[in-house]
Design a protein around this ligand. Structure first.
Ligand code: TZP
Ligand code: MG
Length: 347
């Protein structure tokens, strides 16, 4: 039995698997911390067996590997997404490290085998860290859109929320928040079930204002929290890594805190005076908006008193995503109004 041939194969398998994931974290995610941890693990994997290097290369026999023709004919390793590619390679790394651990024991290097056992556990932790990073990216990408729609049946000229949301979707809005302050929970639940179906069919992100339970029950994509709602880390602990969590902020201090506690995006406002929100704080004006643009890396949504006739001022100040309630839900022709708003982003 040639144990060195197995060790040689597994060292290559693990290092190559690590290289695939390292390339993704370096060139696609551009994540310094993960890239450097993966690089470190790759180096340790290769270095660990340096005492055996001569045996390894001598016992290599790739040209007679019976696995190659099998692999060439099989499609079992096809991958349809980067996520699959990452998972498959983490498994390859962990399985390879286990095989190294066992083979190295047989080769009579007990201490070294324990070293590879430790590397396997490092790989488990790295897989988890990597996944948390992927979830973070998935949660922030829906904010990569210029208009954020919010319901407000009180201002919707007797149209139902379903009608209003349908018009928003038809006009191409990609993220919609359900915000109803005066309806019963049951009424909200029934409306949200319908809106969830509409948004899911259209590939539109659906966010629920305030209510974590409602968001979970109707399988929303996210929750928008206010400063007086449950603390964001508590909500994250309840809902898991998939749910988008937004947080309203009205000052630099609140924005910094939102970033610290892991908000996926922040609301920035009210920029102007608004009558849509009760007990709202004084308008924060352009000053806070400009501060956020300069100092905060998180995606943000500018909100509060924004209309077709003042939106240019917000766009000029580099807000990429803007929310409007009354200007959209109260428009005579919602689709036409959204079209006009979109023009403002273009010109
Ligand atoms: N948060 C800050 S201002 C506001 C919310 C929900 C209401 C914005 O409504 P409008 O009608 O666009 O001023
Ligand atoms: Mg709220």
């Amino acid at each position: 039995m040639n144990i060195y041939r197995i060790i040689d194969v597994e060292i290559n398998r693990v290092s190559e698997g690590l290289r695939v994931i390292e390339d993704i974290s370096r060139f696609s995610l551009e994540n310094k911390d993960l890239s450097s941890k993966l690089r470190n693990l790759r180096h340790k994997t290769r270095k660990g067996v340096s005492v055996l290097n001569k045996n390894l290369i001598q016992n290599r026999n790739s040209e007679n590997d019976i696995g190659l023709p099998i692999s060439q004919k099989s499609k079992i390793d096809s991958k349809d997404s980067i996520k699959n590619l990452i998972t498959a390679n983490f498994k390859r790394i962990q399985e390879g490290l286990r095989s190294l651990e066992e083979s190295i024991k047989v080769a009579n290097y007990y201490e070294l085998s324990k070293f590879y056992e430790k590397l396997r556990f490092d790989a488990y932790t790295l897989e988890k860290d990597f996944n948390i990073e992927l979830f973070k990216i998935a949660r922030s990408s829906p904010l990569n859109t210029n208009l954020y729609g919010i319901t407000g049946s009180k201002f919707s000229k007797n149209r139902s929320n379903k009608e209003v949301v349908t018009a928003m979707i038809n006009a191409g809005i990609k993220i919609i928040q359900y915000r109803e302050k005066e309806k019963s929970l049951k009424e909200k639940y029934i409306e949200c079930l319908e809106i969830r179906k509409l948004t899911k069919d259209a590939g539109v992100t659906f966010i629920i204002n305030d209510d974590t339970t409602l968001a979970q029950i109707i399988d929303a994509d996210g929750i928008h929290l206010g400063q007086d709602d449950l603390p964001l880390p508590e909500v994250r602990a309840i809902v898991g890594e998939k749910m988008i969590l937004g947080l309203s902020t009205h000052s630099p201090k609140q924005a910094l805190e939102a970033a610290k506690v892991g908000a996926d995006y922040i609301g920035v406002g009210p920029i102007f005076k608004t009558n849509t929100k009760k007990n709202v704080c004084a308008p924060v004006g352009y000053k806070y908006l400009e501060w956020v643009v300069e100092n905060i890396q998180l995606p943000f949504v500018a909100i509060g008193g924004i209309k077709i006739n003042n939106i240019k001022k917000i766009i000029q100040r580099k807000a990429k995503c803007i929310a409007m309630v009354t200007e959209i839900v109260g428009a005579d022709n919602i689709e036409e109004t959204i079209k006009q708003i979109r023009e403002k982003f273009r010109s």
